[in-house]
Design a protein around this ligand. Sequence first.
Ligand SMILES: [Zn+2]
Length: 300
Amino acid sequence: MLPLCVRVIIRDWLNANHIVLIGRQRTVLIDSGYGRDTAQTLSKVDAVLAGRPLDWLVNTHCHSDHMGGNAAVRNARRCRVSIPRDEAPLIDAWDEQALWLSYADQRCERFSFDDTVAPGDEFDWGDLNWCAIAAPGHDMAALMFFCEETGVLISGDALWENGFGILLPGPDRNARLAATRATLENIARLPVRTVIPGHGQPFTDVGAALERSLQRLAAFERDELRMVRHVLKVMFVFSLMDRRRLAVDELDGYLESVPLYADFNRQYLQLDRTALADLIVGDLERSGAVHRLDGFLIAT
Ligand SMILES: [Zn+2]
């Protein structure tokens, strides 16, 4: 299904997948996972490289589960680091709100990069030709990488087998929704045979995945509050996995202390603390994503 020089390291949540491209001239790693798990990331990448040095780290986009290992990988392997061109101002400023870091109770060690990648740039990675393609929506600065001769698309969080990365509501909502639709339609026009997503297994039924994503998108287009609820729940589960557990009696205080929940509640929901906790955690418990054990909330 995938050429031998394209190796995928599937991770579970918190860490995005790593794609390792092994060529005669150089080795390239796409996305570095979450910072907490960097030791594991390095050993997994080293195992795939089998003695070759890592020359280059490139990010599909700058969220903590894709760039969290950048600082450690760069320090440990002295490799070149490239990020999408339009992420550079956020990384230079280390904008913790725009990058969804402390604003959403996520962590990432600050890193420096060597250069940027722009849509239309072409690369020889793994002895194949890859083209960077703009993939705005979930992250307006995101890129995908497409290899036409093999039909392989490295999609980041722009397209998964079941959906795509969260879309933030707010003043840019319509632009985000339109960009997401344009990105999905752009993928549909490409001769893609295999998608390597940022999360989950590679898949080949691209048409069915696009159909599911377009249906999800249409539901978000109809209902902004659905976007709000979805973002709050996804962010909460992410942080719960990062913290490993949260005391039930600390939940209200936690939701008040993380700016994302306080801001979204003020702007869209205007719920009291009990109702907000029930909206986020109650729903997650009912769906089985979160459970209680000895007074703690734990992601299932
Ligand atoms: Zn993302």
